[in-house]
Design a protein around this ligand. Sequence first.
Ligand code: GUN
Length: 319
Amino acid sequence: MVAKVIDGSAVSLQVRARCKGRVDRLRSERGITPGLAVILVGDDPASRVYVRNKGCACAAAGFHSEQYDFPGSSSEAEVLEWVRRLNADPRIHGILVQLPLPGHISGDRVLREIAPEKDVDGFHPFNVGLLAIGNPRFTPCTPAGVMALLDSEAVNPEGRHAVIVGRSNIVGKPMARLLLQRNATVSVCHSRTLDLAAMTRQADVLVIAIGRPKMVTGNMVKRGAVVVDVGINRLPDGKLAGDADFDSVLGYASRITPVPGGVGPMTIAMLLQNTVSAAEHSATMACEEGSAVQRPTPQGQGAGRTARHGFKLWRRYRF
Ligand code: GUN
C-alpha cells in the first residue's frame, strides 16, 4: 500500500477563496472590512515566518491587517496594554498573539486579556470552555484545519479510534475535543505514555503533534490508517520535516499529510475563516444593539438604561 498524499495547500486555497467571497460581501453589503491584528514579541525566526505568512494571506483575502512587533525585552504590562487597545479598536475583529511568548511574559495572562469575541485563535478560557462543552465559537486554527482536511477526504471519524500524539493547548487538547464531538473514540498520548507504539498502532486516525522530527515511523502505524502530521521541524540541513517519518509511513497509511504543504497552510486558512466570522458577528451585534437601543421599554426611562446594560452583559456572556 502506498498512501495518498493529502494536498493541504490545495484545500487551503479553496477555504481562502470562500473567505474572500465573504469578505467581499461584508464590504459591499455592510461597509465592513475584516481586520486582524497580530502581536509578535521577540525574534523567534519560526514565529517571524508564521506571522509573515499570516499577513500575506490576510492581504490576499482583502483583510485589513496590522502587525505589532515588540522587542523580546518588552514587559507583560506593555503587551497587555496593547491588547486592551486592540480590544477597543472597532477596525480590528481578530487579535492573535503569536506563541510562544518570552519566558517572563505569562501567555495565560495575555490570552485572558483578549476580548473573547476577538479571540480568533480560540485560546481564551471562555472559548476553550465553549469547545469543551461541544458548542465552539472560535475553534483553534490547527485542529480546525485538521478536521477540514479529514472532511475534504471524506474521512468520517465516527466510531473510529483516533489517537492524538501531543497534549498541548494549541493542538492536542482541542483536537481531542473536536474528534470527540464527531463521535470518534479518542486517545491522547504524550511524553509519559509508556508504550507509544502500542497506542499509535491502534489508530484509525493518527494525529501527530509532538514537535520531534520523524519520530513516528511506519512500523508504528496500522495498515490503512489516516495519518495527519502537524509537526513542522527544521532539520540541520535547513529542510523541513514533520513528526512522522514520511517515507516509511507512506508504505503503511492509506492517506498522509506532507510537511510542508499539509496542515500548515490549513492553519492560516482557518485563521482567516475565524476572523471573517468575527467580523460578521460584530456586524450582526451592531445591528442588534442598534435595535435594542431603539426598543421602547414598558418601565420608563430608567428601566431603558437597565435594559441596555443587561443587553451588554448578555452580549459579554454570549461567548
Ligand atoms: N504558535 C504556534 N501555533 C500557533 C497558533 O495557532 N496561534 C498562535 N497564536 N501561536 C501559535
